[in-house]
Design a protein around this ligand. Sequence first.
Ligand SMILES: [Zn+2]
Length: 93
Amino acid sequence: MKSILQDKKESYLSGQTYGLEDHHIYFGVGKRKISENNGFKVWLTASEHRGTYGVHGMFGHELDLKLKKACQKEYEKNHTREEFIKLIGKSFL
Ligand SMILES: [Zn+2]
């Protein structure tokens, strides 16, 4: 899996190395593919991913936003904000 946020196959949040799922940081119409192509992905455990407090969960909004911000920050180390917005449609920073 291509990720600009991590090299190792471990949970980006907890470092756990088993039961991992890959998460597209920006998702929704067209964005999954963009995330795929640009390495906007991280490994998460199943509960970090789909649990109630997971990024896709009912109470996961803050975590979702945290990942979106961290990923944009990393991308902007080598790109401009305009380039990011061109890809994702808006800035989270
Ligand atoms: Zn996901």
